[in-house]
Design a protein around this ligand. Structure first.
Ligand code: ADP
Length: 190
């Protein structure tokens, strides 16, 4: 099963990705998690990444594209994957669409988590009290949300158009279990 998730920070897509990953035994590829794990390397790339991520900005496509394709082609992903946090802009979107076509990888479902800016801002602030992420403060949250609504949201329209039959919009303001139920129902018929 191959899934792509879209949604602003705080929309709960990470939570659903992790539930889906356990249930279907397919890896959850969160580009945010992958990049954060690279910070532990303590090399010069880690220093650059740390600056970019803690400022809420996007890492260069030349860094993220090969990271994603290497993962997608790895044996871990032979039964599928849940892509979370990628693509995030027009050029990543073009790159991924070409890559999937070239490798004959058919996406089963694209899920778009819809949530308004005020709800997600509130949720991220709550989360920041529990987790200790350098990018969960008000100013950086604003940058991340601006980036999502200006760069990522427009490409969801491209995917919606291109993969009409495989596109599910979810009201992400609902309870976790309700969202889970809606996704599972749709996957049964995918
Ligand atoms: P968020 O909840 O803000 O969406 P993520 O954990 O998905 O957070 O990502 C954290 C940070 O990692 C982003 O703000 C960005 O700096 C970097 N990042 C993640 N995915 C990508 C990507 N596809 N392209 C560029 N940068 C990315």
């Amino acid at each position: 099963m191959k899934l792509i998730l879209f949604g602003p920070p705080g929309s709960g897509k990470g939570t659903q990705a992790s539930l889906l990953s356990k249930k279907n035994k397919i890896p959850h590829l969160s580009t945010g998690d992958i990049l954060r794990s690279k910070l532990e390397d303590n090399d010069s790339l880690a220093k650059d990444l740390s600056q970019i991520i803690s400022g809420g900005n996007l890492v260069a496509d030349s860094i993220i594209n090969p990271i994603v394709t290497e993962k997608l082609l790895s044996t871990d992903c032979k039964n599928g994957f849940i892509l979370d946090g990628y693509p995030r802009n027009k050029s990543q979107s073009n790159f991924l669409i070409d890559f999937l076509a070239n490798k004959n990888l058919d996406i089963d479902l694209i899920i778009d988590f819809k949530a308004d800016i005020n709800t997600v801002k509130q949720r991220i602030l709550e989360r920041s009290k529990i987790e200790n992420r350098s990018d969960d403060n008000l100013e950086v949250i604003k940058t991340r949300l601006d980036k999502y609504f200006s760069e990522t949201q427009p490409i969801t329209a491209v995917f919606k158009q291109k993969f009409k039959e495989k596109f599910l919009e979810i009201n992400a303001i609902q309870e976790i279990t309700k969202i889970q139920y809606e996704i599972e129902n749709r996957l049964k018929n995918a």
